[in-house]
Ligand binder design. Structure first.
Ligand code: DC
Length: 221
């Protein structure tokens, strides 16, 4: 039997960094589910599809192949056979992913693929709806959060490092908008699972967050 650790939380809470470090400590894989929403966003962006046109998006999705591979333990995302890891963090793709993530057809397709992977491998899975919807029986559930200002600052630094010069206030507004979209969507909105442990990372280093999680997991293993 495989085991899974679900980490949910808002944009910029550090889920990806933490999930990746935690997976390494535990010697298991890390599945970043946001990357899959980004892959769908990128495809629709390239095709110039209206992000609210669920009929068309649903038809396109039927013929779309989103494949997650683990190469040397690292996740790689393939869209119709093309590796798209270098494209999915672009600001435009983030916006597209946020828009399409509200659609039922998108969520169902991706959740199904995520459950399949979690059955096959021991994994730390990060996202918005992992503990509540994708893997309600996950062995461990964490809800990782941080103040919106702290999250915006982290996202801003991350984008700057990647050479994207974008105003901090735009990043902050985007974070607020994305939080609202994530928390108010009809299907699988972002919310804490009843049995999730909440960790506020505003004043914690990534190492401290990982240690907190490890202590919790080891106590129960
Ligand atoms: O975590 P991220 O920023 O890479 O996620 C990209 C977008 O996908 C974000 O707008 C939220 C959405 N998402 C989601 O709705 N459900 C998930 N499990 C993961 C991401």
């Amino acid at each position: 039997m495989s085991y899974s650790v679900a980490i949910d939380g808002p944009s910029g809470a550090g889920k990806s960094t933490i999930a990746s470090a935690l997976a390494k400590e535990l010697g298991i894989l890390h599945l970043d589910t946001g990357a899959m929403y980004r892959a769908v966003g990128l495809k629709m962006l390239r095709l110039g599809i209206d992000f609210s046109d669920e009929d068309i998006i649903s038809q396109i999705l039927e013929k779309t192949d989103i494949d997650i591979k683990f190469e040397d333990g690292k996740q790689r995302v393939y869209l119709d056979g093309e590796n798209i890891d270098s494209l999915i963090r672009l600001h435009e793709v983030s916006k597209a992913a946020a828009s399409i993530s509200g659609l039922k057809c998108v969520r169902e397709k991706l959740a199904q693929a995520q459950r399949k992977l979690a059955l096959k491998y021991d994994m730390v899975v990060d996202g918005r709806d992992i503990g509540t919807y994708v893997l309600p029986n996950a062995d461990f559930k964490f809800f990782l959060t941080a103040d919106e200002q702290v999250r915006a600052r982290r996202r801003y630094e991350e984008l700057k490092e990647k050479g994207q010069n974008i105003d901090y206030n735009i990043v902050l507004e985007d974070i607020k908008k994305r939080d609202k979209m994530d928390m108010t969507r009809a299907i699988a909105p972002l919310k804490k699972a009843q049995d999730a442990i909440v960790i506020d990372s505003s004043n914690m280093t990534p190492a401290q967050v990982v240690q907190t999680m490890i202590s919790y997991i080891k106590e129960r293993l």
